[in-house]
Design a protein around this ligand. Structure first.
Ligand code: CMC
Length: 391
């Protein structure tokens, strides 16, 4: 079979070629289809960025209107699926519900033929619109409130916030800054080349499985604390530090110690060895949302102090460990009233267009083959089965 390159964690292996996202980890640059993420976050709506990632160019006014219409038409989920929510135990993690619901869409809205272009684009539209609805419904169910259906007159982010927070006792539970910030947060999460979940999406899709199945797999990968789950763990870490009296030095010592498996959550990145450009945006958003709500969260002060101390510490400097996207996003969601266990769901809604764009790119790739790495075998050489009573 020839020589096998051993590369655990695929640190140095290019698994595909891609024209979707460019990252320069040394300079802290992130571009989708050639546009800087800051530029897109400043000047676009999330659905324009989704359109850009999936179709390759930003939509014209007409294209955007058509796309908005299409997403509106598909924003409901089959009423029978709403039954599912009722039967999850009360403390179910919303990521488990989200991934199960994503793959369940394949039973309610099956693709008749895998390769039919229009059918795939219908699946894409359904996923983009329905995943947001599923996320909001699962939250409403988890707090025992009646679900709020999507509305055609609201834009993507407003619609989501309305489904999340509207209730019989409160009908304007969000402000413009929150909508704007959510829009930016979703944009900065929209793609990140061959990260763990995107690689899973490609891996599932490479075997020929449908897009719903691939996205469900991506959601499961994202759930992990080393990946998208970090945003939830950052807040839990900050809360723990606060409860234990705010001793930052102790936490840094633990993170640095090789005897402890503990890592500073929201710090470090496989590709960025400088400040994550998304973290800069998230930090600013966090302050804006707080100011708009006239709130002051001592956890933000703690986070900033932790960042400052870590960045001044040779351990973090030598290893190029900076705050990543997850460090400040959770604080922003928290100010908006989104519960901690929903943070990674927010990441999934944002990342969805990137997963889809890469799945579609893979399907079109003439060099595309089933994802099937090799291994270095380290088990025993040949053995013979000993009858059970002689073992
Ligand atoms: N705290 C303490 N030490 C760290 C950390 C951290 N957060 N991250 C990396 N290191 C150390 C690591 O111990 C290693 O040290 P040494 O060279 O002495 O053995 C060195 O830095 C290199 O780390 P690595 O584990 O080889 O890096 P990796 O590329 O395999 O892992 C990572 C990247 C993001 C999984 C890792 O930095 C980490 O666990 N960070 C904390 C979890 C986190 O915030 N994840 C979110 C990632 S960003 C977006 C997303 O995917 O959600």
């Amino acid at each position: 079979t020839g020589m096998i390159t051993y590369d655990p964690g695929f640190v140095n292996t290019g698994s595909c070629s891609s024209s979707v996202t460019f990252i320069d980890g040394e300079k802290g640059i992130l571009r989708y289809r050639g546009y800087d993420v800051d530029d897109l976050a400043e000047n676009c709506e999330f659905i324009e960025v989704a359109y850009l990632l999936i179709n390759g160019s930003l939509p014209t006014r007409e294209e955007k209107a058509k796309y908005t219409n299409l997403l509106n038409q598909h924003s409901l989920i089959h009423e029978d699926m709403i039954e599912f929510f009722r039967h999850y135990p009360e403390h179910s993690h919303p990521m488990a519900v989200l991934s199960a619901m994503a793959v369940s869409l394949s039973s309610f809205y099956p693709e008749m033929s895998e390769n039919h272009k229009e059918e795939l684009s219908m699946t894409v539209t359904r996923l983009l619109s329905k995943l947001r609805t599923i996320a909001a419904f699962s939250y409403k169910k988890s707090i025992g409130e009646p679900i709020v259906y999507p509305r055609h007159d609201l834009r993507y982010c407003e619609n989501f916030l309305n489904m999340m927070f509207n209730s019989p006792v409160c009908d304007m539970p969000y402000n413009d800054t929150m909508t704007e910030s959510l829009n930016k947060l979703l944009i900065i999460h929209a793609d990140h080349e061959q990260n763990c979940s995107a690689s899973v999406v490609r891996g599932v899709g490479s075997a020929g499985a449908n897009l719903y199945a691939a996205i469900s797999g991506g959601i499961c990968a994202l759930w992990g604390p080393l990946h998208g789950g970090a945003n939830q763990h950052v807040i839990e870490m900050l809360e723990n530090i606060m409860e234990e009296g705010g001793n930052i030095d102790k936490v840094l010592e633990r993170a640095k110690s090789k005897r402890s498996p503990f890592r500073l959550m929201g710090f470090g990145h496989r590709v960025y060895k400088s400040y994550d450009p998304r973290a800069k945006i998230a930090k600013a958003l966090c302050k804006e949302v707080m100011a708009s709500l006239n709130k002051h969260d001592p956890l933000l002060d703690l986070a900033m102090e932790l960042e400052e101390k870590a960045l001044a510490d040779p351990y973090f400097q030598e290893r190029g460990l900076y705050p990543n996207v997850d460090f400040y996003t959770g604080l922003t969601y928290r100010e908006m009233g989104i519960p901690t266990n929903m943070f990674t769901v927010m990441f999934a809604i944002g990342r969805l267009p990137g997963w889809i764009a890469q799945f579609m790119e893979m399907r079109k790739d003439p060099h595309g083959r089933i994802s099937r790495p090799r291994q270095i075998y380290t088990g025993p050489s040949v053995r013979k089965v000993v009858p059970i009573d002689q073992r």
